[in-house]
Design a protein around this ligand. Structure first.
Ligand code: XIL
Length: 403
């Protein structure tokens, strides 16, 4: 019913828009000199494009400002990106993004490589940057099976007991969350706890802690992680983060069942992070269905929220090791997919589910998806910060949906 009403509303809005035709003249709007304008764009376009793919445009509109009605827009950074405020990377990220997350430097192996020896140099710098810019900061991640040192799980060469593993986990969470209380807005409390085939991932965390409270499930380390984080910072948003939730129904259902059980048990989970490492062939219908499955968590917690936490769009299928040219055809497919995605994300925001979209990287050469012998092109900015068609396209989507 709700969807029917929003559909009718959307149609009414569309009709009123086309009736008014009060579109701004392109000359009145920001952008580059008219000689640079890409003439293939419709004249109703709000944003003047610099001449097609791979150009610079200092006046190009800010991404986060364009999407301010719907969600914040962010990116993953490394603290060395912050060294020079005059650098193109610093200038670009602060212009276009208002949420930031560290790509690696706040993971367990970076913060507590050996037991009891915490290194906060990078996180302190990150938080200082957040205070200077007023940006929203995400903490990634408190508990993960990867980039987590083995010492958490062993005791003098033997398997550590459930008690010891839980105590170490809690000490890590307390030390980090306490330090940044009120400064880091959102925590990925646990990362990637669902297995590839569905069900809980069989990680050391599950193996060691197991069904600690004897209630028949093995969510116990997750429950304790959230409870501990909440005790340390009652105002931080606490997220359960995972990949392929938008593409694997099995994973979406497993996540739904796990979170439903934990919410019913009073575990303080505020929302789900969809990593969204997607591709140019990602199926939007499957994505929509999986969001609907997880949206049912609202029946239990009405303000349950979704975030997109690690967005990128590979031009390769998963497992494909051959390199490709970034051909016009691939660029067009990617631009179209970015359009469909951002239309969908706006819908999700308007339905009240989503308020944050974060890219995993900044430009095509600041992306973990680049491999030796296989360059990738997953972001809205090209190498050297040139603007891509997909950048202009998502701005266009924002404009079309602006009321
Ligand atoms: C990745 C980083 O981008 C890489 O630099 C690192 O080598 C491995 O981790 N899911 C996550 C992120 O939650 O932490 C991962 O980041 C990408 C997949």
């Amino acid at each position: 019913m709700k969807r029917l009403i929003s559909l009718l509303l959307a149609i009414a809005l569309l009709l009123s828009f086309t009736a008014c035709e009060a579109k701004p003249k392109t000359d009145d709007l920001g952008g580059s000199n008219s000689s640079d304008v890409d003439n293939k764009k419709p004249s109703s376009s709000k944003f003047k494009r610099t001449d097609a793919e791979l150009s610079y445009d200092e006046d190009a509109p800010s991404l986060y400002e364009a999407f301010a009605d719907w969600f914040e827009v962010g990116c993953a950074i490394n603290t060395w990106n912050l060294n020079d405020k005059n650098s193109p990377e610093y200038q670009t990220i602060t212009k276009h993004f208002n949420v930031f997350v560290l790509e690696n430097e706040s993971k367990q192996d970076a913060v507590q490589r050996t037991e009891g020896n915490f290194n906060f140099d990078a996180m302190d710098k990150f938080v200082e940057f957040g205070e200077e810019t007023g940006a929203t900061l995400r903490g990634h991640t408190l508990v993960w099976h990867s980039q987590c040192p083995d010492w958490f799980f062993f005791d003098n060469g033997k398997e550590a007991s459930a008690e010891l593993v839980l105590e170490r986990m809690k000490t890590h969470i307390r030390t980090v969350v306490d330090r940044y209380k009120g400064k880091i807005d959102t925590w990925d409390v646990v990362n990637e706890v669902i297995g590839d085939g569905g069900g809980l991932r069989d990680s050391y965390w599950v193996q060691r802690v197991g069904d600690y409270d004897g209630d028949g499930d093995k969510y116990d380390f997750i429950e304790q992680a959230f409870i501990t984080a909440r005790e340390c910072d009652p105002d931080a948003r606490l997220i359960i983060n995972d990949y392929s939730l938008e593409s694997s129904e099995q994973k979406a259902i497993s996540m739904y069942l796990a979170v439903k059980k934990m919410l019913n048990d009073g575990v303080p989970i505020d929302g789900i992070g969809f990593q969204m490492h997607i591709g140019i062939n990602t199926d939007m219908d499957v994505m929509r269905r999986n969001f609907e499955i997880l949206g049912q968590l609202r029946d239990i917690k009405p303000d349950f929220i979704f975030e997109v936490t690690e967005l990128d769009m590979s031009v390769y299928n998963w497992g494909d090791n051959n390199a490709t040219e970034y051909t016009k055809d691939i660029r067009n497919q990617q631009t179209q997919k970015y359009r469909e995605l951002f239309e969908f994300l706006i819908e999700q925001s308007e339905a009240g589910y989503l308020d944050s979209v974060v890219f995993w990287g900044m430009s095509d050469n600041h992306s973990w998806l680049n491999k030796d012998n296989q360059p990738n092109y997953p972001m809205l900015f090209a190498r050297e910060w040139k603007l891509k068609d997909c950048y202009w396209e998502v701005l266009e989507v924002a404009h079309e949906n602006t009321k």
